[in-house]
Design a protein around this ligand. Structure first.
Ligand SMILES: Cc1cc2nc3c(=O)[nH]c(=O)nc-3n(C[C@H](O)[C@H](O)[C@H](O)COP(=O)(O)OP(=O)(O)OC[C@H]3O[C@@H](n4cnc5c(N)ncnc54)[C@H](O)[C@@H]3O)c2cc1C
Length: 388
């Protein structure tokens, strides 16, 4: 019988990170992926912080290092920040994801690709996991399951974990060529007409080439329509080389993400940052933490460990999100002016919501006024407590 200590469903950043940790610590680990090969059909703008690169130390899969970041508001105000040794990076995820997967396999994880997981049943001490591969149906047994199967997690559904995301970013993106794209500069655009409840991004892969997209809380075709307007305004004549649409679920720290020995990670657990929608780093980190909880045989500590590592950033991003995305245009203009004042001549260490928000809120009385106006005194006090 095919028995494992751990079966991981999904070989994105969360699943492969979990497999790497589990197999390098001696767990008999199977990682199943429904796609025929890892790195296909990735929905992502591929931006990560330098901290993430330092944590993972990938040998492959980095498209470009970013040295300059720009924020542009609808009133035309632009703020640029530079850093000599790099602000962040844009990955080539089809290579990066495969690289982490291969590292896990080298450590002993057993790969099973082209094989969707279709059902989970509890069978005594084991979970019976049904798979549908190219050779037909099969079952494997495991004491532990890690659900790393992305936003539409079947692991969550089949194991009875109810975790409808608290926040959903609806995203549309194109991969384009335009001669004005600078391969070392990342750009963000904010505005209620441009991307309500979110932002537009330009994440370069090289000079001339970039992932350009819009994320918004407006569902349906809205993100696509906002993107068309954005492209018309800023990148007229761009050559579209590819496009995608997807969602980023967030709000997971306030939801269930574990039941018995089923652990949800990454997007399956809705761990993406509530403000930026970035989920690669938290996927990678949560995969690692879930496997450690299994290796140490302390499943009950999974939530506590996740909270220790992710909660501070999460809470601050959530509050910042509530405030920033409820601002009208005149308030956004004040924000733009204050950002210019706060960031002028400053070095950023990384593109991480917590540090950005901390820097903004800890230096601007005008913004405190706005926070109190938008969120009330209690929210202002909570933010002050988190950033102090
Ligand atoms: C348009 C867009 C732009 C984004 N940009 C960024 C960004 O710039 N930076 C950032 O940090 N984050 C970004 N994100 C979010 C980021 O892509 C995700 O947070 C991240 O991929 C989550 O990793 P994961 O491993 O949890 O899930 P995924 O990467 O979704 O991997 C899940 C894997 O599980 C597999 N799977 C699913 N179901 C099954 C099944 N039943 N059986 C077997 N396998 C299965 C899938 O095929 C997939 O390989 C973006 C998201 C979108 C939609």
């Amino acid at each position: 019988m095919n028995r494992y200590d751990l079966v991981i469903v999904g070989a994105g950043p969360a699943g492969s990170s979990a497999a790497l940790t589990a197999s390098s610590r001696g767990l008999k680990t199977l990682i199943v992926e429904k796609q025929r090969e890892v790195g296909r059909n990735i929905l992502c703008a591929e931006g990560v912080s330098c901290n993430f690169l330092n944590l993972v130390k990938p040998k492959k899969g980095v498209a470009t290092i970013i040295y300059r970041a720009g924020l542009t508001f609808e009133n035309g105000e632009s703020i640029f920040i530079e850093k000599e040794d790099g602000i962040g990076a844009v990955l080539e995820r089809k290579i990066f994801d495969r690289h982490i997967f291969e590292r896990a396999v080298e450590q002993g994880a057993e790969p099973l690709v082209g094989t969707p997981m279709v059902d989970i049943q509890k069978d005594g001490k084991y979970y019976k996991i049904k798979l549908e591969g190219k050779n037909g149906k099969m079952s494997v047994y495991a004491e532990n399951i890690i659900g790393a199967d992305g936003p539409a997690s079947r692991v969550a559904l089949l194991s009875g974990i109810e975790n409808p995301p608290k926040i959903v970013h609806y995203c549309s993106q194109v991969y384009l060529y335009h001669p004005e794209i600078d391969g070392k500069t990342i750009l963000f655009y904010f505005g209620n007409n441009l991307a309500p409840g979110g932002y537009a991004w330009v994440f370069p892969k090289d000079d001339g080439y970039a992932n350009v997209g819009v994320g918004t809380t407006d569902p349906g075709d809205a993100s696509w329509n906002y993107l068309a307007k954005f492209l018309d305004k800023y990148y007229k004549g761009a050559k579209i080389l590819g496009f995608l649409r997807g969602t980023v679920p967030s709000g997971g720290l306030d939801l269930e993400f574990q039941k018995d020995r089923v652990f949800l990670t990454g997007d399956a657990a809705r761990f993406a940052d509530p403000l930026s929608g970035g989920g690669i780093a938290n996927a990678f980190i949560s995969g690692n933490i879930a496997s450690l909880a299994i290796v140490e045989d302390k499943p009950e500590e999974y939530r506590e460990k996740i909270n220790n590592i992710l909660e501070k950033d999460y809470r601050l991003s959530l509050l910042a999100r509530q405030i920033i995305y409820s601002m009208d245009d005149s308030e956004l203009n004040i924000l733009a002016q204050e950002l210019k004042r706060v960031f002028h001549g400053k070095n950023l260490t990384e593109i991480k919501s917590f540090n950005l928000v901390k820097m903004i809120f800890s230096t601007s009385p005008a913004l405190w006024g706005l926070i109190i106006k938008k969120g009330g005194v209690n929210i202002a006090k909570t933010i002050q407590k988190i950033v102090s």
